[in-house]
Ligand binder design. Structure first.
Ligand code: F0G
Length: 472
């Protein structure tokens, strides 16, 4: 407001405004329209997609919360960096810039670019696992699990018991059950080539792992001489939770915390499509020279030369810049707060979900919301499909369809039947979030009318991507 008389004196005397609203720490330079559809159009689109939202045309989705992977908005600095891309086949400048940023963050000796996270997983597991091996983790993500199982090895989930109870509030629900890990290493340690920890724990609700727990895992790895690898897709979000929830960490920057997390590990797999703030890319990093050599040899066979690994030089530039931006405090503050804001609205309306909310997503508890639909009739799919049909919102089932089928062909209910609403980074505004809250609350109110599903057609591995369903 402009004051007509002696404005400077009155401004100087006024106490500083204390504004609590956390705003998006960016302004928008380029916009992309989203298309509204009618309920009737969505019913038709869903039927054509075999009632599997993965098979929809994205154009028919109003707010796409299918994933936070590769769907984020790049910054002006990242778009600018693209033009700096060096597309040399070998030894390109962009690789060295990318390598320097990853080394600065992780402290790891070998940095191997890949086209996305699962390529890093495949290369790591194919070069280190044998049939009958066991790889423990807090919770393996679906691609991690599948890349272990395809080698004939077992992917074992050892999250703390608190991490399996959706409504139970605990600051670090992603922590590893150290007692269970110790028993595994004591009893079957000879079959464990490496230990993994996923930060944040996506399959368990985007939940963080504390530094204290990571140090506990490290101590066990040292005792049993096992390398520790982080699945580091959301390392920056994990760092923010450590900063805000772990005793003695509040004064540190997210980058300092991230560096400590990486320093506890011997290696990591990374999808730069998440906390790399890029639309494509990933890497494998590690300290062991012999493992790195094997990984690079396989990389050349399946991804590309070690200085591009299946990426364009401009992708490496975008990731390098993204890894710097993702640890900035205003970004992380806004990022975590917008998920919390949605969770608060839903909790106030009594919608069951994993508490506290995760770093990248709210995970609705479909099993609790739809108790009449048994897990093998896929309550998660019922809820996902209702959200699309009623409001044009696309979420994803993380439950029995994703995890219920075993390598021997048997099917059992997954530990939880969740629906994840994952937020692309820097894409949606608060009014989009308000719309989502209103829609979820509306669908929850009609939950008594929703039907379950049966699968009519599905592949054996990673069936959730392409299965088709009909109401049952
Ligand atoms: N690990 C975790 C914890 C993940 O969340 C993902 C991907 C990957 C590994 C694989 O990375 O997609 O680059 O190959 N998660 C995405 C999601 C797909 O929707 O949560 P990728």
């Amino acid at each position: 407001m402009i004051k007509s008389i002696d404005a400077s004196a009155s401004v100087a005397a006024a106490p500083e405004l204390s504004i609590r609203t956390i705003i998006e720490p960016f302004r928008i330079k380029s916009v992309e329209p989203v298309k509204a559809t009618t309920c009737e159009e969505r019913v038709r689109a869903l039927a054509a997609a075999g009632n599997n939202v993965f098979l929809l045309h994205a154009e028919d989705v109003l707010i796409d919360l299918l994933t936070d992977s590769g769907t984020g908005a790049m910054s002006a600095a990242q778009w600018g960096a693209l033009m700096q891309g060096d597309e040399s086949y070998a030894g390109g400048r962009s690789f060295f810039r990318f390598e320097a940023v990853v080394k600065d963050l992780t402290g790891m000796r070998h940095v191997i670019p890949t086209h996305q996270g699962r390529a890093a997983e495949r290369i790591l597991f194919h070069t280190t696992l044998s049939k009958g091996d066991v790889v423990p983790n807090n919770n393996h993500f679906d691609t991690t699990r599948a890349n272990i199982e395809v080698e004939g090895a077992e992917a074992l989930d050892l999250v703390i018991p608190e991490g399996k109870v959706p409504s139970l509030v605990h600051p670090f629900k992603g922590n590893v059950d150290l007692g269970a890990l110790e028993r595994l290493l004591a009893e079957r340690g000879d079959r464990v080539p490496l230990v993994m920890v996923t930060v944040t724990n996506n399959s368990g609700g985007g939940q963080p792992v504390s530094l204290e727990n990571l140090r506990g895992v490290r101590a066990l790895c040292d005792r049993f001489r096992k390398p520790l690898f982080l699945d580091a897709c959301r390392f920056a979000e994990n760092s923010w939770f450590v900063k805000t929830r772990e005793a003695g960490q509040a004064h540190r920057t997210p980058k300092e915390i991230a560096r400590e997390m990486f320093s506890i590990a011997d290696g990591c797999t990374m999808s730069a499509k998440k906390d790399g703030l890029a639309n494509i890319g990933g890497f494998l990093a590690m300290n062991d020279d012999a493992w790195a050599e094997r990984a690079r040899n396989l990389l050349i066979l399946t991804e590309g030369f070690p200085t591009y690994g299946g990426l364009a030089g401009y992708d490496l530039e975008a990731i390098a810049r993204g890894l710097e931006e993702v640890v900035e405090e205003p970004y992380l503050h806004y990022r975590i707060r917008s998920i919390e804001y949605l969770a608060e609205k839903l909790a106030a309306a009594g919608v069951p979900m994993i508490q506290p909310p995760g770093g990248h997503a709210v995970y609705l508890d479909a099993r609790a919301l739809l108790p009449r639909i048994p897990p093998l009739r896929y309550p998660g799919i019922a809820l996902v499909n209702a959200l699309y049909r009623e409001a044009g919102i696309r979420g994803v089932e993380i439950g029995t369809v994703m995890f219920g089928l075993h390598p021997d062909g048997s099917e059992t209910p997954a530990a939880m039947d969740l629906v994840r609403l994952a937020f692309p980074r820097r894409v949606y505004t608060q009014s989009h979030v308000d719309y989502v809250a209103e829609a979820v609350i509306g669908v929850a109110a009609m939950s008594g009318k929703l039907a379950g599903y049966r699968m009519t057609n599905a592949p054996r591995a990673l069936r959730h991507f392409t299965a088709r369903f009909e109401e049952a």
